[in-house]
Design a protein around this ligand. Structure first.
Ligand SMILES: Cc1cc2nc3c(=O)[nH]c(=O)nc-3n(C[C@H](O)[C@H](O)[C@H](O)COP(=O)(O)O)c2cc1C
Length: 241
């Protein structure tokens, strides 16, 4: 007969392991759902163009205490159309588009070099809202990048130099060593040059969808599309939820 200790240390056969996992209490995702009772989004209340509407909703998200309301999911695709996504921070927006900063040699950077189109998604779940932007991506000017780089804390400026973003690295120690070398070269208070491989991208919107969760899954989805013939250069269509 096995002692309890031995029984614990003996690996379970695969089928038993699955049963053991199933027995573990956990959230039942099939019944996890929230009833949205939010006010709707109607055509008459929309701004004439998407940036005006985005400004309003961004303000609402900020006021509601959404953590990092400027965090957005950026999706790109490689030359074969295989997608990839990651979170980045929106660092500016105006009539020209939505700006973020990153390493041009990163995975997203190399994908944008061959396929300069992207989607952005703002997941403001606390407000039962999301905004989805699609458009062409261009690099921002070096002056704009330099102006933003100078606003970053010294440590983040060095971090941009230290990290070959998206490339494998042997260990954390290698990264910390690179950072320490940079710190010696550019001590606090010393100007750090902008890395040539680092800068901003602007997503120039072609469509912007505003999604508001409503009762009974009859959500509101209003999408602006570029249309030079429309009054403000944009037309709006409603999509089925
Ligand atoms: C909240 C949050 C904000 C982030 N902001 C940025 C950002 O502004 N720029 C950036 O390059 N990476 C940012 N990252 C890291 C990216 O998600 C990602 O790991 C990195 O850019 C490499 O992506 P890639 O290998 O797909 O190019 C952020 C991650 C999180 C979770």
């Amino acid at each position: 007969m096995q002692t309890p200790d031995r029984a614990q240390s003996t690996p379970l056969p695969p089928a038993t392991r699955i049963l053991a996992d199933e027995a573990r209490p956990g959230p039942d995702l099939a019944v996890m759902r929230k009833h949205y009772t939010h006010e709707g989004l109607v055509e008459g209340d929309l701004a004439a163009e998407p940036m005006g509407q985005f400004t309003q909703w961004f303000h609402d998200a900020d006021e509601a205490g959404v953590v990092e309301p400027n965090a957005m999911v950026l999706s790109t695709a490689d030359a074969e159309g295989r997608p990839s996504s990651r979170t980045v921070l929106l660092k500016g927006f105006d009539a020209r588009g939505f700006v973020f900063f990153t390493n041009y040699g990163s995975r997203k950077g190399t994908e944008l070099a061959v396929n300069p189109y992207a989607a952005l998604l703002f997941p403001w779940v606390a407000l039962a809202r999301q905004v989805i932007v699609q458009g062409r991506v261009e690099k921002v000017g070096r002056d704009e990048t330099a102006a933003y780089f100078r606003t970053r804390p010294h440590g983040s400026q060095l971090g941009a130099w230290a990290s070959e973003q998206s490339s494998p690295v042997a260990s954390r120690e290698v990264l910390e060593q690179r950072y320490a070398d940079l710190e010696r070269r550019y001590p606090e208070g010393e100007g750090v040059p902008v890395p040539p491989f680092w800068g901003g991208y602007r997503v120039v919107p072609e469509s912007v969808e505003f999604w508001q969760g409503r009762e009974n899954r009859l959500h509101d989805r209003l999408r602006y599309l570029v249309d030079p013939a429309a009054p403000a250069g944009w037309r709006v269509e409603r999509l089925c939820p």
